[in-house]
Design a protein around this ligand. Structure first.
Ligand code: IPE
Ligand code: IPE
Ligand code: MG
Length: 258
């Protein structure tokens, strides 16, 4: 589909005034999608790439500033070797194929997670993509590969401990803000909206620190079926939420106590 037609399609949705600035998604259900069609699980992963393209263009069009996608967890290494290999190849080929278009669309791409666990070709492709798109001012797209929330907090703690050891900071200077500033997505605000597809109701070790006050949204839709309308529905659900951060809503502030 050409860009004009795609934009027409996206313009048909009336986007609420209160959009989330940062959306984080656990893209789940590829395997079950494929199995439901009597296809091998990996066919679901392949189909999921088209959903990623659609979600990226919709977020760009609808004024979302940041999108973070969970593609491969620290725990996913425990899957059968063939599936892991397929996914790693898919990440590599997709990165190579898409990087130019992302760059043309002003997307700033980052891959978060422990890069050292990835094969050298993939590491090089990541480096290239990140350098090429680093100065782009459009959508901040972060893809989590070999990522875990516990890993992220641990690596941040190690960096901070090293600074204390070298006398660059004191123990008392370690605050929540300091820890936040050492996490993978330190330069972005925490996600406003978290989406998980496929009906699973858990975090599976995704962005544990940053999701503390994020609005959570779960849908039974499997990732390859998650279309513009499904994303729109999640954004509208977010717009209807009231975020309180532990304090009282405005209309509850003036209660009189006897
Ligand atoms: C999500 O789909 C993709 C990855 C975790 C890589 P799954 O592969 O987890 O699909 P299901 O949950 O088995 O259906
Ligand atoms: C979470 O999905 C990780 C990604 C989507 C990359 P999983 O399918 O691995 O999570 P569990 O095993 O159901 O918790
Ligand atoms: Mg899954």
């Amino acid at each position: 589909m050409n860009a004009e037609k795609r934009n027409d399609q996206l313009s048909q949705f009336i986007i609420p005034a209160e959009v989330p600035l940062h959306i984080a998604i656990i893209m789940d259900g590829n395997g079950r999608w494929a199995q439901g069609k009597h296809l091998p699980r990996v066919a679901g992963h392949r189909a999921g790439i088209q959903t990623v393209r659609n979600v990226v263009s919709a977020c760009g069009h609808w004024g979302i500033k940041a999108l973070t996608l969970f593609a491969f967890s620290s725990e996913n290494w425990g899957r059968p070797a063939q599936e892991v290999q397929f996914l790693m190849n898919l990440f590599y080929s997709t990165l190579m194929e898409e990087v130019e278009a992302l760059h043309q669309n002003n997307v700033c791409l980052r891959i978060i997670g422990d890069h050292s666990g990835l094969n050298p070709d993939l590491q090089k492709a990541i480096q290239h993509a990140q350098t090429l798109t680093a100065m782009n001012t459009g959508l901040n797209l972060s893809i989590a590969i070999n990522y875990g929330g516990r890993w992220d907090i641990t690596q941040a703690t190690q960096v901070i401990a090293e600074k204390v050891k070298q006398g660059l900071m004191t123990v008392e200077e370690i605050t929540q803000d300091v820890l936040s500033a050492h996490l993978s997505l330190a330069s972005l605000p925490a996600p406003d909206l978290f989406i998980r597809t496929s009906g699973e109701l858990r975090m599976s070790n995704f962005m544990l620190w940053q999701l503390a006050y994020t609005e959570l949204y779960f849908t039974d839709t499997l990732w390859p079926d998650f279309d513009d309308a499904a994303l729109y529905k999640a954004i509208c659900a977010y717009a209807d939420r009231e975020r309180r951060y532990g304090i009282l809503a405005e209309n509850q502030q003036v209660e009189h106590y006897a």
